[in-house]
Design a protein around this ligand. Sequence first.
Ligand code: KIV
Ligand code: ZN
Length: 395
Amino acid sequence: MSEAQKQPRVYIFDTTLRDGEQSPGCSMTVPEKLRMAAKLVDLGVDIMEAGFPIASEGDWEAVRRVSEEFPGVRVAALARATKGDVERAATSLEKAKRPRIHTFIATSDIHLEFKLKKSRQQVLEDAVRAVELARKYVDDVEFSAEDATRTDIAYLEEISLAVVAAGATTVNLPDTVGYSVPEDYSERIGRIARLLGDRAIVSVHCHDDLGLAVANSLAAVKAGARQIECTMNGIGERAGNCSLEEVVMVMKTRRDFYPYDTNIVTEQLYPASQLLSSIITFGPQPNKAIVGANAFAHEAGIHQDGYLKNKSTYEIIDPHSVGVPAGKLILGKHSGRHALKERVKELGFEELTKEQLDMVYEFFTNAADNKKGFTNEEITEFIETALEKSAEKVS
Ligand code: KIV
Ligand code: ZN
């Protein structure tokens, strides 16, 4: 392992505003990108990819405004490996304090034959030329070998060495179509990381078509990658990109397996997720890890009982550490007396007798089979009925 690869620091490259934005229902206006960018700065991302300047005026403007208004963060602009794209990216970054040009070209035979209709040699020359041109404008140049995980490994090695010799400081090996699995990705990343040593940072960029984007990214870090490209809420092309909140929280929670450091302020994860949901057209699914509405909700009676005795029985992450106000107990058909009693207390009925509480529990279980859950108003109604009935008994 090289010196850089021995370091535990992993750079978080956020592409919510570029790869995330380029998926259905996620497009953002310039002001929306600026709002999200401010939150990503609070979150502590190292690099923020703000757009693909050649794609539209809006993307060009977004990169320009983000890089002007947030000088403390490294801002990346995406460009295909062509003169026009690289020059357009360079102009969008003119006011940036810490600019990065991120240039890419596909390297797999499938893409070469059907999409680019170019030979391996031509693609290699395009890549080198684009990196050399980008280096005329900025010192920080990232090269991505699109579809790297379906690229012939010897060719991937050749092109990686060539772009580094041309001035690339980061080499990204994307699993563009989400085809890789951890063992395969780790082997590939390890080979390139050993080959490049300290000459460049090796980066990973995983799509989630097989649900393995986070696992693949972590396997790659273990193999020597030191930059992870990811998005908030895992948004992105098709099944999305590696989820920032998940990959960061795995490293924080399981340091025994992943002893790596990031600069992420984890308390900002949930606020960032919420802000993104309010900007795009959808939020994370309720059972999404870390930021989903149910990520810290407990409904089963056995779980609720354990949780009320000690939270660590059923919570591996303190919700406050990711900015979620608190874990919550859901009252539904699987809930038990312990949780119901707690809710009754929270609703201000501290003095209920055991008999009254039993009555509330009976009303609750009778109704629970046909319900998806109960509101506080419904529980209050059960309590009031129980109180009335016990008063009738006494009189
Ligand atoms: O998935 C991909 O290959 C990309 C590149 C442009 C980095 O998004
Ligand atoms: Zn991508």
